[in-house]
Unconditional design. Structure first.
Length: 368
Protein backbone atom coordinates (compact mmCIF):
# COMPACT_ATOMS: atom_id res chain seq x y z
CA UNK A 1 0.00 0.00 0.00
CA UNK A 2 1.27 3.48 -0.80
CA UNK A 3 0.34 6.56 1.18
CA UNK A 4 0.67 10.29 0.63
CA UNK A 5 1.19 13.08 3.09
CA UNK A 6 -0.20 16.51 2.35
CA UNK A 7 1.70 19.82 2.39
CA UNK A 8 4.14 22.11 0.53
CA UNK A 9 6.73 21.10 -2.03
CA UNK A 10 10.27 20.75 -0.74
CA UNK A 11 13.86 20.82 -1.96
CA UNK A 12 14.77 18.54 -4.82
CA UNK A 13 16.15 15.16 -3.89
CA UNK A 14 19.90 15.19 -3.41
CA UNK A 15 20.01 18.85 -2.47
CA UNK A 16 20.98 20.47 0.77
CA UNK A 17 20.25 24.18 0.94
CA UNK A 18 21.70 25.64 4.10
CA UNK A 19 21.31 23.27 7.02
CA UNK A 20 18.70 21.05 5.46
CA UNK A 21 18.88 17.30 5.86
CA UNK A 22 20.91 15.49 3.26
CA UNK A 23 19.06 13.07 1.07
CA UNK A 24 20.23 9.68 -0.08
CA UNK A 25 20.17 7.87 3.26
CA UNK A 26 18.28 4.58 3.03
CA UNK A 27 14.79 4.85 4.52
CA UNK A 28 14.05 2.88 7.64
CA UNK A 29 10.59 1.33 7.67
CA UNK A 30 9.02 0.76 11.10
CA UNK A 31 6.05 -1.50 11.69
CA UNK A 32 2.84 -0.18 10.19
CA UNK A 33 1.85 1.38 6.92
CA UNK A 34 4.09 3.16 4.46
CA UNK A 35 3.32 6.64 3.18
CA UNK A 36 4.33 9.23 0.65
CA UNK A 37 5.11 12.81 1.57
CA UNK A 38 4.10 13.93 -1.89
CA UNK A 39 3.93 17.63 -2.60
CA UNK A 40 2.51 18.97 -5.80
CA UNK A 41 3.47 22.34 -7.11
CA UNK A 42 0.92 25.07 -7.70
CA UNK A 43 0.60 25.28 -11.46
CA UNK A 44 4.31 24.82 -11.98
CA UNK A 45 4.89 21.22 -12.84
CA UNK A 46 3.49 18.53 -10.62
CA UNK A 47 5.00 16.78 -7.65
CA UNK A 48 8.21 17.93 -5.99
CA UNK A 49 10.59 15.97 -3.84
CA UNK A 50 9.59 16.76 -0.28
CA UNK A 51 7.25 18.90 1.73
CA UNK A 52 3.59 19.69 1.63
CA UNK A 53 0.63 19.93 -0.69
CA UNK A 54 1.26 22.03 -3.72
CA UNK A 55 -0.88 21.37 -6.74
CA UNK A 56 -0.10 20.59 -10.35
CA UNK A 57 -2.93 20.52 -12.83
CA UNK A 58 -4.62 17.15 -13.05
CA UNK A 59 -2.85 15.62 -10.07
CA UNK A 60 -5.13 13.26 -8.15
CA UNK A 61 -2.73 11.04 -6.29
CA UNK A 62 -4.59 10.89 -2.97
CA UNK A 63 -7.37 8.59 -1.87
CA UNK A 64 -6.86 6.13 -4.71
CA UNK A 65 -6.56 8.90 -7.26
CA UNK A 66 -9.81 10.56 -6.30
CA UNK A 67 -10.28 14.22 -7.09
CA UNK A 68 -13.49 14.84 -5.17
CA UNK A 69 -13.24 17.69 -2.67
CA UNK A 70 -16.30 16.87 -0.56
CA UNK A 71 -18.70 19.59 0.52
CA UNK A 72 -17.98 23.16 1.49
CA UNK A 73 -17.06 23.42 5.17
CA UNK A 74 -19.73 24.95 7.39
CA UNK A 75 -19.22 28.34 9.01
CA UNK A 76 -18.60 26.58 12.34
CA UNK A 77 -15.97 24.33 10.76
CA UNK A 78 -14.20 27.37 9.31
CA UNK A 79 -13.68 29.16 12.63
CA UNK A 80 -9.98 29.39 13.46
CA UNK A 81 -8.95 27.61 10.24
CA UNK A 82 -6.57 29.18 7.70
CA UNK A 83 -5.35 28.56 4.17
CA UNK A 84 -1.56 28.55 3.79
CA UNK A 85 0.42 29.27 0.63
CA UNK A 86 4.16 28.65 0.81
CA UNK A 87 6.41 30.25 -1.78
CA UNK A 88 9.39 27.98 -2.46
CA UNK A 89 11.73 30.58 -3.86
CA UNK A 90 14.65 28.25 -4.52
CA UNK A 91 12.41 25.89 -6.48
CA UNK A 92 10.38 28.53 -8.35
CA UNK A 93 7.22 26.94 -6.97
CA UNK A 94 4.33 27.42 -4.58
CA UNK A 95 2.41 24.98 -2.42
CA UNK A 96 -0.88 25.01 -0.55
CA UNK A 97 -1.91 23.71 2.86
CA UNK A 98 -4.08 24.40 5.90
CA UNK A 99 -3.58 25.49 9.49
CA UNK A 100 -5.36 26.16 12.79
CA UNK A 101 -5.21 29.37 14.84
CA UNK A 102 -3.88 28.72 18.34
CA UNK A 103 -3.83 32.24 19.79
CA UNK A 104 -5.76 35.45 19.16
CA UNK A 105 -2.51 37.23 18.22
CA UNK A 106 -1.81 34.83 15.37
CA UNK A 107 0.07 31.69 16.36
CA UNK A 108 -0.90 29.03 13.80
CA UNK A 109 -0.46 25.25 13.99
CA UNK A 110 0.25 23.28 10.81
CA UNK A 111 2.29 20.37 9.48
CA UNK A 112 6.00 20.95 9.05
CA UNK A 113 5.82 19.61 5.51
CA UNK A 114 3.35 22.38 4.60
CA UNK A 115 6.11 24.99 5.04
CA UNK A 116 9.23 22.89 4.41
CA UNK A 117 11.40 24.79 1.93
CA UNK A 118 9.34 27.98 2.14
CA UNK A 119 11.08 31.30 1.59
CA UNK A 120 7.87 33.24 2.25
CA UNK A 121 4.48 32.25 3.64
CA UNK A 122 1.04 33.79 3.14
CA UNK A 123 -1.86 32.87 5.44
CA UNK A 124 -5.53 33.72 4.90
CA UNK A 125 -8.14 33.62 7.67
CA UNK A 126 -10.89 31.72 5.89
CA UNK A 127 -13.81 33.18 7.86
CA UNK A 128 -12.79 36.79 7.19
CA UNK A 129 -10.70 36.61 4.02
CA UNK A 130 -7.93 38.66 5.64
CA UNK A 131 -4.43 37.65 4.52
CA UNK A 132 -1.27 37.94 6.60
CA UNK A 133 2.42 37.41 6.00
CA UNK A 134 3.65 34.64 8.29
CA UNK A 135 7.00 33.70 9.76
CA UNK A 136 8.09 30.36 11.21
CA UNK A 137 8.24 30.34 15.00
CA UNK A 138 9.66 26.82 15.11
CA UNK A 139 9.32 23.30 13.81
CA UNK A 140 9.53 19.68 14.86
CA UNK A 141 10.21 17.83 11.59
CA UNK A 142 10.33 14.46 13.35
CA UNK A 143 6.69 14.90 14.43
CA UNK A 144 5.66 16.90 11.32
CA UNK A 145 4.56 19.90 13.41
CA UNK A 146 5.21 23.60 12.81
CA UNK A 147 4.06 26.86 14.41
CA UNK A 148 3.74 30.08 12.42
CA UNK A 149 3.22 33.67 13.57
CA UNK A 150 0.97 35.99 11.57
CA UNK A 151 2.57 39.44 11.35
CA UNK A 152 0.44 42.14 12.96
CA UNK A 153 -2.48 39.85 13.83
CA UNK A 154 -4.76 40.44 16.80
CA UNK A 155 -8.25 39.54 17.95
CA UNK A 156 -8.42 36.33 15.94
CA UNK A 157 -10.91 33.56 16.66
CA UNK A 158 -9.09 30.37 17.64
CA UNK A 159 -9.69 26.79 16.56
CA UNK A 160 -11.81 24.57 18.81
CA UNK A 161 -9.12 22.14 19.97
CA UNK A 162 -10.57 19.17 21.82
CA UNK A 163 -9.39 17.50 25.00
CA UNK A 164 -10.76 13.99 24.45
CA UNK A 165 -8.89 11.49 22.25
CA UNK A 166 -10.36 9.99 19.11
CA UNK A 167 -11.88 6.55 19.55
CA UNK A 168 -12.29 3.71 17.08
CA UNK A 169 -15.67 3.78 15.38
CA UNK A 170 -16.49 7.43 15.98
CA UNK A 171 -17.57 9.66 13.11
CA UNK A 172 -15.12 12.40 12.09
CA UNK A 173 -14.93 15.16 9.49
CA UNK A 174 -11.69 16.29 7.85
CA UNK A 175 -11.58 19.94 6.80
CA UNK A 176 -8.93 21.58 4.65
CA UNK A 177 -7.83 23.48 1.59
CA UNK A 178 -8.22 20.43 -0.68
CA UNK A 179 -6.92 21.08 -4.17
CA UNK A 180 -5.38 24.37 -3.07
CA UNK A 181 -8.54 26.17 -4.16
CA UNK A 182 -8.64 28.54 -1.20
CA UNK A 183 -12.09 27.23 -0.23
CA UNK A 184 -12.33 24.90 2.73
CA UNK A 185 -13.97 21.56 2.01
CA UNK A 186 -15.19 18.88 4.39
CA UNK A 187 -15.22 15.10 4.01
CA UNK A 188 -16.72 12.66 6.48
CA UNK A 189 -15.44 9.31 7.67
CA UNK A 190 -14.94 7.02 10.62
CA UNK A 191 -11.95 6.40 12.87
CA UNK A 192 -10.73 2.92 11.96
CA UNK A 193 -7.67 2.71 14.26
CA UNK A 194 -5.56 4.73 16.66
CA UNK A 195 -1.89 4.75 17.67
CA UNK A 196 -0.79 3.89 14.13
CA UNK A 197 2.76 4.12 12.74
CA UNK A 198 3.71 4.99 9.16
CA UNK A 199 6.78 5.82 7.13
CA UNK A 200 6.18 8.88 4.99
CA UNK A 201 8.47 9.43 2.02
CA UNK A 202 8.59 11.37 -1.20
CA UNK A 203 7.07 9.66 -4.22
CA UNK A 204 10.54 8.46 -5.22
CA UNK A 205 11.09 6.84 -1.80
CA UNK A 206 13.53 9.44 -0.46
CA UNK A 207 13.31 11.72 2.60
CA UNK A 208 11.78 9.02 4.79
CA UNK A 209 9.91 10.36 7.80
CA UNK A 210 8.63 8.08 10.55
CA UNK A 211 5.43 9.12 12.30
CA UNK A 212 3.72 7.27 15.13
CA UNK A 213 0.73 7.55 17.43
CA UNK A 214 -1.53 8.55 14.53
CA UNK A 215 -5.29 8.43 14.12
CA UNK A 216 -6.37 6.37 11.09
CA UNK A 217 -9.62 7.19 9.28
CA UNK A 218 -11.33 6.43 5.99
CA UNK A 219 -12.10 10.13 5.37
CA UNK A 220 -10.96 10.91 1.83
CA UNK A 221 -8.53 13.76 2.54
CA UNK A 222 -6.42 15.19 -0.27
CA UNK A 223 -3.37 17.34 -0.96
CA UNK A 224 -3.94 20.76 0.55
CA UNK A 225 -5.74 19.32 3.59
CA UNK A 226 -2.48 18.94 5.51
CA UNK A 227 -2.50 20.90 8.74
CA UNK A 228 -6.28 21.07 8.74
CA UNK A 229 -8.62 19.97 11.54
CA UNK A 230 -10.12 16.54 11.99
CA UNK A 231 -13.41 17.22 13.80
CA UNK A 232 -15.30 14.83 16.06
CA UNK A 233 -19.09 14.79 15.87
CA UNK A 234 -19.11 17.10 18.92
CA UNK A 235 -17.42 19.83 16.87
CA UNK A 236 -14.16 19.54 18.79
CA UNK A 237 -10.90 19.03 16.89
CA UNK A 238 -9.33 15.65 17.65
CA UNK A 239 -6.52 15.60 15.09
CA UNK A 240 -4.48 17.40 12.46
CA UNK A 241 -4.79 15.97 8.92
CA UNK A 242 -1.38 14.72 7.80
CA UNK A 243 -1.34 11.79 5.34
CA UNK A 244 -3.60 9.80 3.03
CA UNK A 245 -3.47 6.79 0.76
CA UNK A 246 -2.60 7.15 -2.91
CA UNK A 247 -3.76 3.68 -3.92
CA UNK A 248 -6.06 0.90 -2.77
CA UNK A 249 -8.50 1.35 0.08
CA UNK A 250 -8.79 4.87 1.47
CA UNK A 251 -6.70 5.31 4.59
CA UNK A 252 -5.90 8.71 6.00
CA UNK A 253 -3.88 9.72 9.04
CA UNK A 254 -4.03 12.58 11.50
CA UNK A 255 -1.76 13.59 14.36
CA UNK A 256 -3.73 13.56 17.63
CA UNK A 257 -4.44 17.15 18.54
CA UNK A 258 -3.10 16.62 22.07
CA UNK A 259 0.28 15.63 20.59
CA UNK A 260 0.35 18.51 18.12
CA UNK A 261 -0.71 21.03 20.77
CA UNK A 262 1.93 19.80 23.25
CA UNK A 263 4.70 20.21 20.69
CA UNK A 264 3.32 23.59 19.62
CA UNK A 265 3.42 24.79 23.23
CA UNK A 266 7.07 23.77 23.53
CA UNK A 267 7.85 25.63 20.32
CA UNK A 268 6.03 28.75 21.57
CA UNK A 269 7.96 28.55 24.85
CA UNK A 270 11.25 28.69 22.94
CA UNK A 271 12.31 25.11 23.59
CA UNK A 272 15.21 23.89 21.47
CA UNK A 273 16.02 20.19 21.46
CA UNK A 274 17.24 17.38 19.23
CA UNK A 275 13.87 17.51 17.44
CA UNK A 276 12.54 21.06 17.95
CA UNK A 277 14.11 23.90 15.98
CA UNK A 278 13.42 27.55 16.58
CA UNK A 279 13.04 29.98 13.69
CA UNK A 280 14.86 29.59 10.41
CA UNK A 281 18.05 27.57 9.82
CA UNK A 282 21.49 28.92 9.02
CA UNK A 283 21.94 29.07 5.26
CA UNK A 284 25.08 28.59 3.19
CA UNK A 285 23.28 28.64 -0.14
CA UNK A 286 24.48 25.49 -1.90
CA UNK A 287 22.98 22.29 -3.20
CA UNK A 288 25.29 19.37 -2.55
CA UNK A 289 25.83 15.64 -2.70
CA UNK A 290 28.35 13.24 -1.20
CA UNK A 291 31.71 13.53 -2.94
CA UNK A 292 35.30 12.39 -2.90
CA UNK A 293 37.30 14.15 -0.20
CA UNK A 294 34.37 16.27 0.91
CA UNK A 295 30.96 17.49 -0.20
CA UNK A 296 30.39 18.11 -3.90
CA UNK A 297 28.71 21.40 -4.77
CA UNK A 298 25.99 20.84 -7.37
CA UNK A 299 24.75 24.41 -7.44
CA UNK A 300 25.13 27.76 -5.72
CA UNK A 301 22.31 30.16 -4.88
CA UNK A 302 22.85 33.50 -6.60
CA UNK A 303 23.79 36.22 -4.10
CA UNK A 304 23.88 33.67 -1.27
CA UNK A 305 26.71 33.40 1.28
CA UNK A 306 28.58 30.71 -0.69
CA UNK A 307 28.35 32.68 -3.93
CA UNK A 308 29.60 35.82 -2.18
CA UNK A 309 32.60 33.85 -0.94
CA UNK A 310 33.43 32.77 -4.50
CA UNK A 311 32.17 29.20 -4.39
CA UNK A 312 30.87 27.69 -7.65
CA UNK A 313 29.32 24.47 -8.88
CA UNK A 314 31.94 21.74 -9.13
CA UNK A 315 33.78 22.79 -5.98
CA UNK A 316 34.20 20.39 -3.05
CA UNK A 317 33.58 21.71 0.47
CA UNK A 318 36.12 20.13 2.79
CA UNK A 319 35.47 21.81 6.15
CA UNK A 320 33.06 24.13 7.97
CA UNK A 321 34.07 25.76 11.24
CA UNK A 322 37.23 23.65 11.34
CA UNK A 323 35.15 20.48 11.10
CA UNK A 324 36.21 18.15 8.28
CA UNK A 325 33.37 17.02 6.02
CA UNK A 326 33.04 13.63 4.36
CA UNK A 327 29.35 13.68 3.42
CA UNK A 328 26.38 15.95 2.78
CA UNK A 329 25.04 14.87 6.16
CA UNK A 330 28.21 16.25 7.77
CA UNK A 331 27.52 19.63 6.18
CA UNK A 332 23.96 19.61 7.49
CA UNK A 333 25.19 18.77 10.99
CA UNK A 334 27.87 21.47 10.88
CA UNK A 335 25.42 24.16 9.83
CA UNK A 336 22.81 23.00 12.33
CA UNK A 337 25.13 24.18 15.10
CA UNK A 338 25.00 27.77 13.83
CA UNK A 339 22.41 30.52 13.53
CA UNK A 340 21.68 33.00 10.73
CA UNK A 341 24.03 35.96 10.94
CA UNK A 342 26.87 34.00 12.52
CA UNK A 343 30.24 33.87 10.82
CA UNK A 344 31.91 30.56 10.07
CA UNK A 345 35.11 29.49 8.35
CA UNK A 346 34.54 27.44 5.19
CA UNK A 347 37.22 25.58 3.22
CA UNK A 348 36.82 24.15 -0.26
CA UNK A 349 38.73 22.92 -3.30
CA UNK A 350 37.93 23.96 -6.85
CA UNK A 351 37.76 21.71 -9.90
CA UNK A 352 41.37 22.53 -10.77
CA UNK A 353 42.68 21.47 -7.40
CA UNK A 354 43.04 24.95 -5.95
CA UNK A 355 42.39 25.30 -2.22
CA UNK A 356 40.29 28.14 -0.82
CA UNK A 357 38.98 29.34 2.51
CA UNK A 358 36.81 32.23 3.62
CA UNK A 359 34.89 33.50 6.61
CA UNK A 360 31.24 33.40 5.58
CA UNK A 361 28.31 35.19 7.20
CA UNK A 362 25.50 32.65 7.17
CA UNK A 363 22.13 33.71 5.85
CA UNK A 364 18.61 32.76 6.90
CA UNK A 365 17.51 29.69 5.01
CA UNK A 366 14.12 28.42 3.90
CA UNK A 367 11.89 26.82 6.50
CA UNK A 368 12.56 23.19 7.30
Amino acid sequence: MTMAALGAAGIAAGAVLGGGAASGAPPVTPPGASAYLQPAVNGRGGFGASGGDGYGAGQGRYGGGATTTGTTATSAQQVGVVDIVSTLGYQSAEAAGTGMVLTSNGDVLTNNHVVDGATSISVTIVSSGVTYTATVVGTDPSADVAVLQLDGASGLATAALGTSPATVGEAVTAVGNAGGTGTLSAVGGTVSAVNQSITATDSNGSNAEQLSGLIQTDARIQPGDSGGPLYASTGAIVGMDTAASSGGAVQAYAIPISTAERIATEIEQGVTSATIHQGYPAFLGVSVSDGQGGVSVLGVVSDGPAASAGMTAGDVITAVGGRALTSAADLSAALAGHSPGQQVAVSWADAGGGVHSATVTLGSGPAQ
